[in-house]
Ligand binder design. Structure first.
Ligand SMILES: *Cc1c(COP(=O)(O)O)cnc(C)c1O
Length: 468
């Protein structure tokens, strides 16, 4: 299995190189050169298997023999062993033919754990095979930081530093990061904004001597391995509900388009899926794209579903690559134009193809609270605001009612207790394994927003090459 860049000007790489590279050198994203296909019999054979076994069978072709089967299986078992539900991603019935897949039983209560718990292990494994170490430095506005830290904690070949804006993340978010008791995890509270944190990370990347001296790497949402790991739950839900002998629908609360793009990959692999449904909050540039074929950037507005407060969805480029018939040069030109003018129009010839593959629905904050309240009344379930948008989108865009539809649940309600309480009158408590979060000791360094100070901190705290 080879991977090519969506911009067409970077060398084709194998799986492990793509894993370590993240972004391609020409600024593009890596995608498989061809989509592996499963036959109807191979899909049928997934029925009744444990999640870990489905994961192995779905991901194996993408790894392309670059990691030994036994090692891949061990990492899968280890990664999903951290989930607090024996089904890993349980599927719940909400009405006649609407289902809810809970992707939030991992260590940080958000769906990002599904991919990152595995990717952290893969990354460490590949580094070890190469006798290398890496220093991961990231910036977080609160949400993804803990998932990345939990994914990398205690990995011998990795040190991870996470910058967050001091006093500007919620207490639960901060504590989910700072109470991780691990010698390779470093939290830095920067006296500044999230943008300051991001600028510091960028500046460290651009300081080539510094970057090379610590083998600096990033945690980002465009790594191919994250998409790959997410294909698994589409497959698991589909076979649980009758694939390949039945068409299945999915509705996905979308931000960076990573989650729902994994659904597109499942379709390319041979799963018969109904048009994939994008759920958006008031930042609905994606939803408008799928309705009109045009994108226009505007400013990001805060909402009750902050993980979807995004204007330009980085993973969309992977879909656009197919839309441009995999012509990287043409896509690259269009993306540069998009950045310059803030508008993008899909090429007319191929738009009709994509149009049939996606639907979209938008929900504002009052609507989100209403859906949360109504669902609680009808089923007793407490759901978070992101998941509510997915459920709304499923109902608004489903075609016939005979096709089972799965709304993806992306965060545990306890991650957004204020919104849940406002919608239902009930304040969800943290699950038992996090119940003492507020008593745990915090480890955190406060630093000014000064490049030198942060670099010095990284250099003096990263572990030496031999003591991992
Ligand atoms: C990251 C995130 C999303 C958006 O997922 P994408 O892959 O970026 O589309 C939705 N909900 C929650 C809770 C998230 O953390």
């Amino acid at each position: 299995m080879r991977y090519i860049s969506t911009r067409g000007a970077a060398p084709a790489l194998g799986f492990t190189d793509v894993l370590l590279a993240g972004l391609a050198r020409d600024g593009g994203l890596y995608v498989p050169e061809t989509w592996p296909r499963l036959s109807a019999d191979e899909i049928r054979a997934l029925r009744g298997l444990r999640y870990e076994e489905i994961a192995f069978r779905i991901m194996r072709p993408f790894v392309g023999g670059e990691i030994a089967d036994a090692d891949l299986q061990a990492m899968i078992a280890d990664a999903y062993g951290t989930f607090r539900h024996q089904a890993v991603v349980p599927l719940k019935q909400l009405d006649d033919n609407l289902w809810f897949m809970e992707l939030f039983h991992g260590p940080t209560l958000a769906f990002k754990d599904v991919a990152l718990q595995l990717v952290g292990r893969l990354y460490n494994h590949v580094l070890a095979k190469r006798g290398a170490r890496a220093t991961i430095i990231g910036a977080t506005s609160g949400d993804t930081g803990s998932a990345a830290l939990e994914a990398c904690r205690d990995r011998a070949g990795i040190d991870i530093f996470m910058l967050h804006p001091k006093g500007r993340v919620s207490e639960v978010q901060r504590r989910q990061m700072t109470t991780i008791d691990s010698a390779n995890v470093f939290n830095i509270a920067v006296d500044g904004s999230f943008d300051d944190c991001q600028d510091l990370v960028k500046a460290m990347f651009n300081d080539h001597a510094f970057r090379d001296s610590i083998n600096m790497s990033a945690v980002n949402s465009i790594n191919w391995a994250r998409v790959m790991a997410q294909v698994v739950y589409y497959a698991a839900a589909a076979v649980a509900l009758g694939a390949p002998d039945r068409r299945i629908g999915f509705a996905v609360p979308s931000g960076n388009f990573g989650n729902i793009f994994a659904g597109y990959v499942a379709r390319q692999m041979g799963f018969d899926l109904a048009p994939l449904i994008v759920g958006a909050n008031r930042n609905d540039i994606l939803a408008r794209f799928f309705k009109t074929g045009r994108m226009e950037i505007s400013s990001v507005e805060p909402s009750l579903s902050p993980s979807m407060d995004i204007q330009v969805s980085s993973n969309l480029e992977r879909l656009l690559f197919d839309l441009f018939d995999r012509d990287g040069k043409k896509l690259g030109d269009a993306m540069i134009e998009f950045r310059k003018t803030g508008t993008f129009a899909a090429p007319k010839e191929s738009w009709s193809r994509v149009e049939g593959l996606f639907r979209a629905a938008t929900l504002d904050d009052p609507g989100t609270l209403r859906v949360m309240g109504e669902l609680h009344h009808a089923t007793g379930e407490l759901i978070d605001p992101h998941s509510a948008i997915g459920i709304h989108a499923a109902r608004a865009c489903r075609g016939d009612r005979e096709t089972p539809i799965v709304a993806l649940g992306t965060a545990h309600p306890a991650k957004f207790p204020d919104a849940v309480e406002k919608a239902t009158g009930i304040r969800p408590g943290l699950p038992e394994f996090l119940a003492d979060l507020h008593e745990r000791p915090e480890r955190i360094a406060g630093l000014p927003k000064a490049l030198k100070a942060v670099q010095d901190y990284v250099l003096s705290h990263r572990r030496n090459d031999r003591n991992g």
